[in-house]
Design a protein around this ligand. Structure first.
Ligand code: COA
Length: 386
């Protein structure tokens, strides 16, 4: 029989512009994850570890996963480096899920780590650029904001709506970030702030973009029988889909829907014992505000065509029918690339155990995590339950 898999521990640093070294960030996140295991966990019991990171800026592109064994500490533990751009975290978690389900390990730790802020602007642009399609898009000078701006432009035009829907996403996620002590931005913004912000790649302005963040996150995953020994409150993984699409936008049929998200979510729900309408909160990949709007419909969380109305009417807000990005999302919680997908699990772990403080979604029992790489070239979707 295939084993169930659960999250038994989770922790993260604050995301933001941080003075700490990558090693120190990793140690902090791992320490918090281990400390959160209810009955304690000797790191020496962990069978293997995966580190999700782009090695942003080139600080350690080759072999960074060895640092995971050092930082845990569990000298000699088998490790693996996972790199799928911004979906590296989801990729590492999905690999761990499969290994645990297959029964070849009892406990796996997955960490994500990025140190971005200490790179000067041109170097940042280069390192963000190399996670996109480099042969055509980058050569045309297209940045990530530019790629998502093309999607936003088409989306607003097809639906005959204005930028205020993007503003509603930004205001909501900053509102949630203000309640999250681990968020990069813990300040509220208004619709006017959004409207009057400097343009980055029109129609996207400053408040449509995620920031450049440092940070680390870590989770401990366990086989079902082992999870029950470690805690009375495991967070179960009920389904985990993964998918891909063409690297460049030009190869895709649509600019206003990500096929990789649709494929990954279909696979996740095929495995899960519940339907999309049973999801009570979702952490979705809002690297730019338009990405949250695309995700709402691609994930089947709201009916086709209704993403803008749900957003403008506050139905995806913290007190709405379906809270989306209660953590503040990438927009306000921050986006330290490799750490982002793991950080989404940290949020859902606390939400589903009722430990999310001021941003707690009442009686949350089922959550979804959606992690995108590049402009939708890679994607994972995980379904978790209390
Ligand atoms: N949202 C809100 N405020 C932001 C911000 C963001 N995304 N980025 C920066 N700021 C704020 C800073 O906190 C700072 O505020 P302060 O003056 O009150 O201290 C101010 O804007 C200037 O910050 P700075 O770092 O100089 O901004 P920048 O112009 O160099 O960078 C962006 C702004 C939008 C270009 C940058 O955040 C960016 O590149 N984001 C996208 C990252 C990305 O593409 N990730 C991968 C996604 S797939």
């Amino acid at each position: 029989m295939t084993e169930r898999v659960a999250v038994v521990g989770a922790g993260q640093t604050r995301f933001g512009v941080l003075p700490s070294s990558p090693r120190a960030l990793l140690r902090e996140a791992l320490g918090e994850a281990l400390a959160s295991v209810d009955r304690g966990l000797d790191p020496g019991r962990i069978d293997e570890g995966y580190l999700a990171s782009l090695g942003f800026g080139g600080w350690q592109i080759g072999n960074p996963a060895a640092l995971l064994a050092e930082a845990l500490p569990h000298p000699g533990m088998p490790v693996l480096h996972v790199e799928d751009a911004c979906a590296s975290g989801g990729g590492g978690l999905r690999t761990a899920y499969q290994v645990l389900r297959g029964g070849s390990a009892d406990l796996v730790v997955v960490a994500g780590l990025e140190k971005m802020s200490d790179n000067p602007p041109l170097r940042r642009r280069y390192w963000l650029g190399v996670s996109g399609e480099t042969e055509f898009e980058r050569l045309c000078g297209l940045t990530f904001a530019g790629v998502y701006a093309l999607m936003a432009e088409r989306y607003l035009r097809e639906r005959a709506i204005g930028r205020e829907v993007l503003g509603a996403v930004a205001v909501k996620n900053h509102e949630n970030g203000a309640l999250n002590p681990k968020a990069h931005f813990q300040k509220r913004i208004t619709r006017e702030d959004h409207e009057n912000a400097p343009p980055v790649a029109e129609p996207l302005g400053l408040f449509d973009c995620c920031p450049v963040s440092d940070g680390a996150a870590a989770v401990v995953l366990a086989r079902g029988s082992v999870a029950r020994q470690l805690t009375d409150s495991p967070v179960w993984l009920e389904g985990f889909g993964g998918a891909s699409d063409t690297l460049a936008l030009a190869g895709r049929e649509s600019l206003t829907s990500l096929a990789a998200t649709r494929r990954a979510v279909r696979e996740a729900f095929r495995q899960a014992p519940f339907e999309p309408r049973k999801v009570q909160l979702a952490e979705v990949h809002d690297c730019f505000t338009i990405a949250e709007l695309l995700a709402l419909e691609d994930l089947g969380l709201v009916p086709e065509g209704e993403g803008p109305a749900w957003t403008l009417e506050g139905r995806t807000g913290l007190t709405g029918e379906l809270p989306v990005n209660a953590s503040g999302g990438l927009k306000a919680k921050g986006h330290p690339l490799g750490a982002t997908g793991v950080g989404q699990f940290v949020e859902l772990f606390h939400q589903l155990r009722g430990e999310a403080g001021k941003r707690q979604v009442p009686e949350a029992e089922r959550g979804l995590a959606h992690n995108i790489g590049g402009s939708g070239a890679t994607c994972t979707v995980a379904l978790l339950s209390r």
